[in-house]
Design a protein around this ligand. Sequence first.
Ligand SMILES: C[S@@+](CC[C@H](N)C(=O)[O-])C[C@H]1O[C@@H](n2cnc3c(N)ncnc32)[C@H](O)[C@@H]1O
Length: 314
Amino acid sequence: MDFIGLRAHTRAVPPKLDIHFGENLDVLARFKRARFDLIYIDPPFNTGKRQARLERKTRRAKDGDHKGFYGERYRTVTIGSKSFADQFDDYMAFLEPRIEEAHRLLKPTGSFLLHLDYREVHYAKVLTDAIFGRKSFQNEIVWAYDYGARSKKRWPAKHDNILWYAKDPANFTFRYDHVDRIPYLAPKLVTKEKAIRGKTPTDTWWHTIVSPNGKEKTGYPTQKPLGIIDRIINVHTEPGDKVLDFFAGSGTIGESAIRQGRSAVLVDQNEEAMQVMASRLAFARPKFHGWTPPAKPGGRALKKARKKARKKAL
Ligand SMILES: C[S@@+](CC[C@H](N)C(=O)[O-])C[C@H]1O[C@@H](n2cnc3c(N)ncnc32)[C@H](O)[C@@H]1O
């Protein structure tokens, strides 16, 4: 049988992007089983706070509070904020039906990646083991970063955790040959060829957070870096595969998937997330479901959403 030909045909199909507005359990209930090759979710972390990111701009002002180029005075002002609630009385009861949906929607060869933080990851591991089976658990990836305030009362918590489950532990995608290389810590201890080639990463990934001033920043709170997500999509899926993220936020999974030739389905219940995705992912001509994008993404509608969010934050 011509499986190779079939695969080549699948790859030739241009990637598609679908974005759904709504409560994810309601949206997912409409999807047929076993549709996705990879499901990645980054649910709110249950920090008990409102997650908000202020957007700030520095402008020239005679009475500005700091000096810049040529002795001019500048003032940094807040121009908006984006936010969502991050508080659940029973977080595992919130996650359980959604992880069950992830299991139902994965193809038999699919993988599930659950991105959490140190406060919830151990409970979530026990819960996900029960749904997928302990044998399906493959890795706990630690994403380590080094940014922001440092506690003086305990070790500063500077990592997130990503649990990886393969639906079938004997048959899943892990493209070892495509894993990126990183520099050796002690290159002089290995051969010159090895030092030039670099080494493959372990289950601890050092990567900066999305820079508050960088090009990648969308202004959406808890946006994850493309560097982390690109590695996941590259290694855990084949070109032409289909990826699902039902806590999509700013749409990082969508951007990474489309740029790497995979199709993606994104879900979020927050209007501000829709606005950000409409603007960020316009290049991929997404199809929206349950929400009408503004004629010009990123224009007046995005400003209006920012104003609404600013009022909410006051
Ligand atoms: C931590 S953020 C995701 C950030 C995303 N990974 C990124 O890189 O931008 C979690 C998102 O889940 C959304 N969310 C929370 N509960 C939801 C629900 N029940 N249904 C759909 N979306 C939900 C929030 O609106 C928020 O955008």
